[in-house]
Design a protein around this ligand. Structure first.
Ligand code: GLU
Length: 317
């Protein structure tokens, strides 16, 4: 096992950058049209709150689907596990994240899981607040607290473009309304969903969220239990089975800890009891995952021996 250091991360970033050529940047996300496809950055925070980083960590990016774990956290905190999973399933889907056919073919009463678009929209419908502004401000406030960063905010241009190109998500939402899977106001629910997708962060912010999960949803700084630990266990299990679109199985095998990606090329990882990881590599494959970021995650897991299944066995030796 290697020791975590900035030098090790530098070495791995250099090794993984060429994988960017195997994917493409999503050009219709504002700010990404002219981005250098070879960008790659990583930040890792350990349980002593020590920060390690390498590569393009100064790059800002929108959360996109990485926000799905945040919506789930809010909904679980607002309603509890039982009620949330009456409205959304917890099974892996094995198809594209914005699939419509599964909504009709599988179970019209609820979408597959909170990590696919239909599921995340159903989850957004459960976040409490008197109107969309209040709901979104609650999400922002919680994130700012966990990430210890008051500058976390909405990227207006990304939000506008999410609304403009959001017809597929509207279709999912209206279909769910027609079957009764969503009973809430659809326009408001979609507005909230688009906003949460459009929050800008850096890799450090993702690593802070990851280490917060890794620490059982207690603040590393104050020890405060911000969200009940049971909710985080639930989210991490769902990240493990469905967090990387229809490559989740491969990541569970090769990386072996909970991860969630977004089409901006970000990946958040949480190694229970050990690390929070934030990665950005904007070039993504046809499944929606960062090519260089994925390669980097594999190497980080291997070098630091982070696969949770082998850790359990090592403890017994
Ligand atoms: N904003 C995108 C959508 O809702 C997110 C896609 C993603 O990151 O998977 O379709």
């Amino acid at each position: 096992m290697k020791e975590l250091s900035n030098d090790l991360l530098e070495e791995l970033v250099t090794e993984c950058r060429p994988y960017s050529r195997e994917g493409q940047v999503v050009k219709d996300i504002p700010g990404q049209r002219t981005i250098d496809q070879n960008k790659l950055g990583v930040c890792i925070i350990n349980m002593d709150n020590e920060v390690f980083s390498a590569g393009d960590t100064d790059m800002k990016f929108s959360l996109q689907s990485a926000s799905k774990i945040i919506s789930l956290m809010m909904a679980l905190d607002d309603f509890g596990k039982e009620e949330v999973f009456q409205n959304v399933g917890m099974e892996p889907m094995g198809d594209f994240y914005n699939s419509i056919s599964h909504l009709e073919a599988h179970d019209v009463t609820k979408p597959f899981n909170p990590m696919v678009n239909a599921g995340a929209i159903a989850v957004a419908a459960m976040i409490k607040g008197k109107d969309v502004d209040e709901k979104f401000n609650r999400v922002l406030k919680t994130l700012r607290k966990i990430m210890n960063n008051n500058s976390i905010k909405l990227n207006d241009e990304v939000y506008e473009s999410e609304q403009l190109k959001g017809d597929r998500n509207r279709s999912l939402a209206f279909f769910m309304k027609s079957t009764g899977a969503i009973a809430h106001d659809i326009d408001e629910t979609l507005d909230l969903y688009f906003r949460i997708n459009s929050i800008d962060v850096h890799t450090t912010d993702l690593a802070k969220l990851g280490v917060f999960f890794a620490n059982g949803s207690r603040s590393l700084k104050t020890g405060e239990q911000i969200i009940p630990m049971d909710h985080i266990n639930t989210i991490e299990a769902i990240m493990m089975t469905s967090g990387m679109y229809n490559e989740a199985g491969k990541y569970a095998v090769d990386v072996g800890f909970p991860v969630k990606s977004g089409v901006s090329g970000c990946i958040i990882g949480s190694v229970p009891g050990r690390y929070g990881i934030g990665i950005i590599g904007p070039s993504i494959n046809e499944k929606g995952n960062s090519t260089a970021g994925g390669a980097l995650l594999h190497r980080i897991s291997r070098n630091l021996e982070l696969n949770v299944f082998s850790v359990i066995r090592k403890d017994k030796e």
